[in-house]
Design a protein around this ligand. Structure first.
Ligand code: IPM
Ligand code: MG
Length: 359
């Protein structure tokens, strides 16, 4: 892709969102300006911040700005302040709403163990050494979006309901995505479901097998989700691409935080047919917000994914991940990575160290 202009919509959100977004933007601006890419950034509210300012977790203006951008960068949403709000006024609805509105059906969550952080995992070093897997999580269907959903009934005898539901075409497109990504990696897909119990999973498994016919060079196996959770902490190096339903993927990908040593290091890309959205997989961590101790790596790595997937600049993505690796190799750590020793620094200082290692 030619150098030129890029419009990015930035949604800092709640809790530590604004801090880690500032770090990520510092890196993004540095890399873009050195590469001759003119980036225009528009900041828009989402989640709790948007509820407070506009009475809705996803204002129309935020949505329009995302739709007219080349890519979206998001911090995190949520916090105790809004926890007792009714369902439609929860910050999380803003995130789910933007995923749905942008048609972001594929959530890519790479989990790569850094040798410098081997000490950080609560698992034995020999278990996590060499972990390099990619969770491909379906993001606009399944239990998060299936209808009917809601709470009904009289006070005292209410019923809460969500539906895990997949249409064939939704399974087909995410399966294609997983097989295509596997071709760029170690060519192995593990599809995760609960086909021993759920009909929706039986259809999932059948359709994944059909799609697999187009990718004979990629190995496919199936794993039940409960077994997968165990295998992820027992022998995580067996996995290359994990393909799974929305809710299963949400749960399993947090285990990635144990494998790498901190959930603060994990990025993600959410892709569909329009602009993609990049966000760390961790939450808004309200307990540490505003203290300059949040780990910005997941968000900065998300910017690296943006350069690779949205701007077709794998070289610039590499520049960013190399700078992070060097910073860690030189001993700099945020508080969540303290277990591995080194120099504990704040978010701002850590970001500066990365910046200095960018070229
Ligand atoms: C994630 C988060 C979100 C999700 C929440 C904040 C809605 O946990 O991105 O993993 O459940 O998808
Ligand atoms: Mg989650």
């Amino acid at each position: 892709m030619l150098n030129g202009k890029r419009k990015i919509c930035v949604l800092p959100g709640d809790g530590i969102g604004p801090e880690i977004i500032d770090s990520a933007l510092a890196v993004l601006n540095h890399v873009a300006s050195h590469a001759g890419i003119a980036v225009t950034v528009s900041r828009e509210p989402i989640g709790g911040e948007a509820i407070d300012a506009h009475g809705t977790p996803l204002p129309e203006r935020t949505l329009q700005s995302c739709l007219s951008s080349d890519a979206v960068l998001l911090g995190a949403v949520g916090g105790p302040r809004w926890d007792s709000n009714p369902p439609h006024l929860r910050p999380e609805k803003g995130l789910l709403g933007i995923r749905k509105a942008l048609g972001l059906y594929g959530n890519l969550r790479p989990v790569k163990q850094q040798p410098t952080l081997l000490e950080c995992s609560s698992l034995k070093k020999e278990i996590v050494a060499g972990v390099d897997l990619l969770v491909v999580r379906e993001l606009t269907g399944g239990l998060y979006f299936g209808e009917p959903q809601g709470i009904s009934g009289e006070a005292g005898s209410e019923v809460g309901l969500n539906s895990m539901l997949y249409h064939r075409h939704e399974i087909e497109r995410i399966a294609h995505k997983a097989f295509e990504l596997a071709r760029r990696r170690r060519k192995k897909v593990t599809s995760v479901d609960k086909a021993n119990v759920l009909e929706v999973s039986q259809l999932w498994r059948k359709v994944v097998e059909e799609v697999h016919q187009d990718y004979p060079d990629v190995e496919l196996n199936h794993l039940l989700v409960d077994n997968c959770a165990m295998q992820l902490v027992l022998r995580p190096t067996q996995f290359d691409v994990l393909l799974t339903e929305n809710m299963f993927g949400d749960i399993l990908s947090d285990i990635g935080g144990v494998l790498t040593g901190s959930i603060g290091t994990l990025p993600s890309a959410s892709v569909g047919d329009g602009p993609a959205l990049y966000e760390p997989i961790h939450g808004s961590a309200p307990d540490i917000a505003g203290k300059n101790i949040a780990n910005p790596i997941g968000t900065i790595e998300s910017v690296a994914m943006m350069f690779e997937y949205s701007f077709d600049r794998a070289d610039l993505a590499r520049q960013i991940t190399d700078a992070i690796d060097l910073t860690l190799a030189d001993g700099y750590r945020t508080a969540d990575l303290a277990r591995s020793g080194g120099k504990i620094v704040g978010t701002l200082e850590f970001t500066n160290e990365i910046r200095q290692r960018l070229n």
